[in-house]
Write a protein that binds this ligand. Structure first.
Ligand SMILES: Cc1cc2nc3c(=O)[nH]c(=O)nc-3n(C[C@H](O)[C@H](O)[C@H](O)COP(=O)(O)OP(=O)(O)OC[C@H]3O[C@@H](n4cnc5c(N)ncnc54)[C@H](O)[C@@H]3O)c2cc1C
Length: 433
């Protein structure tokens, strides 16, 4: 199936995550609504959840109303949505190729398709980097997609029920998280909160779950200043979470996790959250330049080595002038890049110049469930201002609110926030099915 009967400038955005959904919404309002261009968003999933909330999905504490239906979002904001997974590109023909979409039972729902573009934007995000360590792909759970987070949540509940119903001696459910970056640390605190809640609901004791974090570095949260990493470490130890720092994982088996010093840590559930890369199929996108973790190399205007193809978010290697590294793979970078690229694409259609992207590092925040939030604010802008507790929690929530405002506007965001507050007061805080 081709898509060649429309003369308007065709903008195709692949990936509707933190970056792509904001961009599609913005371009839909600026160009699609006025009939100045045809904006299409392609995503492998029918719904969107802001990725930093995935550890809440995994722990079963996220309200389902936080999901956005792409089709409804597209209808409201003057762009088209197509469900499907991109698998290839022909730059000469200016076409992308999309794999057949299958049902859960493997039946073909939508055949292989081709879409043509005038401007292509790649925003497919990242996946976990397993570094080819033996057994990781087979035995670990990942938090790369909403589907994986739901799978984790289901296994968590089933494992908990199974161990709780077992004999006293086997009652402890052991969960090992590999990687002590923000994802691993936030997940551990969230899981601890869930265990406490289950005990409050009368299903077992909080001591029924043993949580362990394994990290190769000697400090957790390498992106945060040492003082804050230490404060986080103390908080996790207080919660009874076992931290194994300076321990490199060399193999994962069904029974547990093996570290370089010969220890085997038994685990019922193993979660891998140690590093990211762009998806492997990006290595061969018709000659577009990529780096060693498959990210598309872009210049300061987010343009790839092809003048009509842009990349943003986690799948882009974007220069960060004055730093040894590229712009980090963060939701705040994705949000800023979406707004810069939206201006550049509008300019491009009007014959103007692209806008240069400058990363504003507002710092890093790590939410430790209901317990606390720690972080450093303003990153490079004002030097590091360390914060913790309630203020950090409010700032952390505001990152998500910025995404919601970009996607829904101020009024709908306020209404959604209010309705969630009411819903949370009436429903269980965790999902048990
Ligand atoms: C558990 C967790 C917690 C995090 N916490 C924070 C945080 O607190 N602060 C922070 O700044 N960052 C955080 N991050 C990182 C942040 O989520 C990412 O940097 C951000 O989501 C990147 O946005 P993106 O648009 O590039 O990719 P994503 O938001 O991942 O979106 C990618 C989209 O592309 C789609 N897609 C993928 N492949 C294809 C394909 N082949 N065809 C079509 N569509 C495709 C996916 O379905 C998805 O919708 C966290 C990440 C995780 C996993």
């Amino acid at each position: 199936m081709t898509d060649k009967n429309n003369e308007k400038h065709k903008i195709v955005i692949v990936g509707g995550g933190a970056a792509g959904l904001e961009l599609a919404t913005s371009l839909g309002k600026k160009l699609g609504k006025k009939g100045l261009a045809e904006v299409m968003l392609l995503d492998a999933s029918p719904t969107h959840i802001w990725k930093p909330l995935l550890h809440e999905v995994a722990a079963g504490t996220l309200d389902e109303s936080e999901q956005i239906e792409y089709l409804a979002q597209a209808h409201r904001n003057h762009f088209r949505f197509r469900l499907g997974k991109m698998e290839g590109l022909d730059r000469q023909k200016k076409e992308i190729y999309v794999s057949p979409t299958l049902s859960d039972s493997g039946e073909e729902l939508i055949p292989r398709r081709t879409f043509s573009y005038d401007t292509l934007v790649m925003s497919v995000g990242s996946i976990s980097n397993t570094f080819n360590i033996k057994g990781v792909a087979e035995h670990c759970l990942f938090l790369d997609t909403t589907a994986q987070a739901f799978k984790f949540q289901k296994q968590l509940v089933e494992s908990y029920i199974k161990s709780h119903a077992g004999k006293a001696a086997d009652k402890t459910l052991s969960i090992v998280i590999i990687g002590a970056g923000a994802t691993g640390v936030e997940l551990s605190a969230q899981l601890h909160e869930v265990t406490d809640l289950l005990a409050v609901y009368g299903l077992g004791e909080s001591s029924d779950v043993k949580l362990t974090i394994i990290e190769a570095a000697n400090q957790l949260l390498p992106a945060l200043p040492g003082k804050l990493a230490l404060a986080t470490q103390q908080q996790l130890v207080k919660l009874g979470i076992d931290l194994k720092l300076g321990r490199r994982v060399i193999e994962v088996t069904k029974e547990g996790v093996h570290t370089h010093d010969g220890e085997m840590i038994p685990a019922d559930l193993k979660v891998w959250s140690a590093g990211i890369k762009a998806p492997d199929w990006m290595q061969d996108l018709d000659g577009l330049e990529v780096n060693r973790i498959n990210q598309l190399v872009v210049d300061e205007t987010l343009k790839t080595s092809d003048d009509d193809i842009f990349a943003l978010g986690d799948c882009a290697a974007c220069p960060w002038p004055g730093h040894d590294s590229n712009v980090p793979p963060r939701a705040q970078a994705a949000h800023q890049q979406a707004s810069t690229l939206s201006k550049s694409i509008v300019n491009k259609l009007q014959g103007g110049s692209p806008v240069k992207y400058v990363y504003l590092d507002y710092g890093s925040l790590v939410a430790l469930g209901k317990y606390t939030t720690v972080g450093n604010l303003m990153g490079n802008l004002m030097g590091s201002v360390s914060i913790g507790g309630f203020i950090a929690r409010v700032v952390y929530l505001s990152l998500y609110k910025m995404h919601q405002v970009a996607v829904h506007g101020y009024f709908r965001t306020a209404m959604l926030t209010l309705s969630n507050l009411f819903r949370r007061s009436a429903h269980a805080t965790i999902k048990m099915h």
